[in-house]
Design a binder for this molecule. Structure first.
Ligand code: B1M
Length: 210
């Protein structure tokens, strides 16, 4: 992984203002928008996720890296659309019914985007019925459920049941401070991640093996 590249390094360090000219330099040098995303930005966010997982950086550093990545995507997205290039996978994510916490969910969403997964974020306090409806509408390859309250963990089980009752086959990953691997196994989730960096690894592992 070429973390030394100026664009990759600027995203890792969260240098938002340095990013647009560096993206332009890559484009001027003949790199395609897709190769910049896959070769420069995705590796940057992978490094950010790994450092977060290893407690080498914390939420603020992760958020400023995300802001820098967003600055790059703002330039590249219209070019990707023009070229008809879509991310390979689609995800749906939300915090479950009764739960308003969204900081962790937003970090997971950001890491999934950083892994070049299209993310549809439904927000917070999403009922099982609303989840199921959105799954039918968007047919995601993967669904992410977040819960921060012990009292909203049962809503994860109800949401998984509602999603499984639709005709759409999708992977389901859950996470949030009170959630454990045992709980994920018990309620029939396909995966559990304890942090946002791991959530990207788990999602890609499930999607690439599907
Ligand atoms: Co609330 N809150 N809160 N809160 N809050 C906690 C969670 C709590 C532990 C505080 C405490 O009592 N010590 C406690 C829960 C106790 C429990 O159930 N065991 C609690 C409570 C009780 C409440 C209220 C009930 C308080 C009240 O009103 N009496 C209330 C509930 C409201 C509701 O949801 N219905 C409430 C409200 C709030 C605020 C609105 C004020 C605010 C939320 C703001 C927001 O999210 N926009 C808030 C906050 C900020 C917290 C704490 C302080 C911080 C949570 C946070 O954002 N952490 C929290 C105490 C704490 O954790 N120290 C607390 C940072 C974030 C990056 O971590 O969300 O864990 P986290 O996400 C991690 C991982 O868990 C994982 O990756 C993330 C990044 O590593 N992860 C996933 C998360 N989702 C994932 C999904 C995945 C995979 C991984 O796959 C899809």
């Amino acid at each position: 992984m070429d973390n030394e590249h100026p664009l990759t390094s600027a995203v890792i360090r969260g240098k938002r203002k340095e990013v647009p000219p560096l993206v332009q330099e890559c484009l001027d040098a003949g790199e395609s928008a897709q190769s910049i995303v896959e070769g420069r930005l995705v590796p940057a966010m992978k490094t950010v996720g790994d450092r977060f997982k290893n407690n080498e950086i914390f939420v603020p550093e992760m958020l400023i890296a995300a802001r820098a990545m967003k600055a790059a995507l703002g330039i590249l997205e219209p070019l990707l659309v023009e070229a008809g290039i879509q991310p390979e996978f689609k995800a749906l994510i939300a915090t479950v019914e009764g739960d308003l916490h969204d900081i962790g969910k937003n970090l997971v969403s950001m890491m999934w985007k950083g892994a070049n997964i299209e993310v549809i974020d439904l927000g917070v306090n999403i009922t099982p019925a609303k989840f199921a409806e959105a799954v039918v509408e968007h047919k995601p390859d993967i669904v992410g459920l977040s819960a921060l309250l012990t009292t909203t963990m049962p809503a994860m089980r109800d949401t998984i049941d509602a999603i499984r009752a639709t005709a759409v086959t999708t992977k389901i990953v859950i996470g949030g401070a009170p959630v454990t691997q045992d709980f994920a196994d018990e309620i029939g989730a396909d995966g559990y991640a304890q942090d946002a960096g791991t959530a990207a690894d788990i999602a890609l592992g499930l999607l690439q093996s599907a």
